[in-house]
Design a binder for this molecule. Structure first.
Ligand code: NAD
Length: 300
């Protein structure tokens, strides 16, 4: 068997086009332009790349982007003051504070200072609680992107066995909540899980969010299962030249492709969905605060 490869890049492009269409209508019909503020503290190279990419895609979707780059030495107090200003700014509908923050800043304190209605990352405790109780919330972007891909692949997720590997607050736990809301039977596996391959072998849906290169092997996968690989791991690639590296997921793509029914590649799978969902969340936040109908299919 050779699995269908789920093209996250193409799917994300469709989501962005859909968002851009809604943004145009918001502007022409209501005179409103959604705005996303991104706050970057320090010079973490990976974060800089993400922030640049977010800025570009925000503009391409027709939204206003507000970028705040602060020195690594910025005090917690100053960062909280900026968050408060953004909370009060009516032109800003979404606020994203790029993580990780420098060690001297309390991440939870900053995230929980964001107005939950503008928390487009969905990390605020209010949003976590709302999602956990099945109420309308802002949903973390990466698991929302995974859900969209899964819903696109399967007409109905109800009753399917899903195994999420990883229990982080940003991917594993919200992913499990979303799959539960879609009536899957959900198992959350993690670093202390016993007989992990046997657990994964029960799954119709596997979501791997671990951070270990190619950990999930083909013989862990139930024939025909759908495999969503969230992992982004940089490994040495001497075959591409001395000192070269490349990105791989948490799933051994070649091995699992022989058994799975469908699989997301890395790169080009879940990755592009994350920023597309950030734009979708900003649009949703803007519609909600203005009492306008939310765009269908772009929320959980
Ligand atoms: P994390 O380090 O916070 O959590 C990793 C989880 O994996 C933990 O819950 C841990 O219990 C579990 N784990 C670790 N070793 C394990 C093992 N041997 N067996 C089973 N479980 C194990 O990581 P995270 O923030 O959830 O990210 C996970 C991966 O997803 C990383 O590679 C990260 O780069 C990637 N990621 C990608 C996107 C995207 O946009 N595609 C977004 C966020 C994270």
């Amino acid at each position: 068997m050779s699995a269908d490869v789920i093209d996250g890049k193409a799917f994300a492009a469709r989501v962005r086009t859909e968002v851009a269409g809604h943004v145009t209508r918001l502007r022409t019909d209501h005179g409103i332009t959604p705005g996303l503020a991104v706050v970057l503290v320090g010079e973490d190279p990976a974060s800089q790349v993400y922030v640049r990419s977010k800025g570009r895609q925000t503009a391409e979707a027709g939204m206003n982007g507000f970028e705040h780059r602060l020195a690594a030495s910025t005090s917690e107090e100053d960062l909280l003051a900026l968050v408060n200003n953004l909370n009060a700014d009516p032109a800003v509908h979404g606020i994203l504070v790029q993580l990780p923050l420098p060690d001297h800043i309390d991440e939870a304190l900053v995230i929980n200072a964001i107005d939950p209605a503008k928390d487009v990352d969905g990390f605020h405790v209010s949003n976590v609680g709302l999602l956990g109780t099945g109420q309308k919330s802002m949903v973390p972007c990466t698991p929302l992107g995974c859900l969209m891909l899964l819903r696109d692949r399967h007409e109905c997720l109800s009753g399917m066995n899903a195994v999420v590997i990883g229990r982080s607050n940003i991917v594993g736990k919200p992913m499990a909540q979303l799959l539960l809301l879609d009536s899957c039977t959900v198992t959350v596996a993690h670093s202390r899980t016993r007989q992990l391959p046997d657990v994964v072998r029960q799954a119709d849906i596997v979501v791997a969010a671990v951070g270990r290169a190619r950990m999930v092997r083909g013989d862990w996968i139930k024939p025909g299962a759908t495999v969503v690989d969230v992992g982004i791991n940089r490994i040495a690639a001497p075959e591409m030249g001395e000192g070269k590296t490349r990105l791989v997921g948490d799933v051994d793509f070649e091995d699992c492709s022989r058994v799975a029914g469908a699989i997301t590649p890395v790169p080009g799978g879940v990755g592009p969905m994350t920023i597309a969902c950030l734009l979708a969340n900003t649009l949703t936040a803007c519609c909600r605060v203005n009492g306008l109908e939310e765009p269908e299919r772009l929320t959980a």
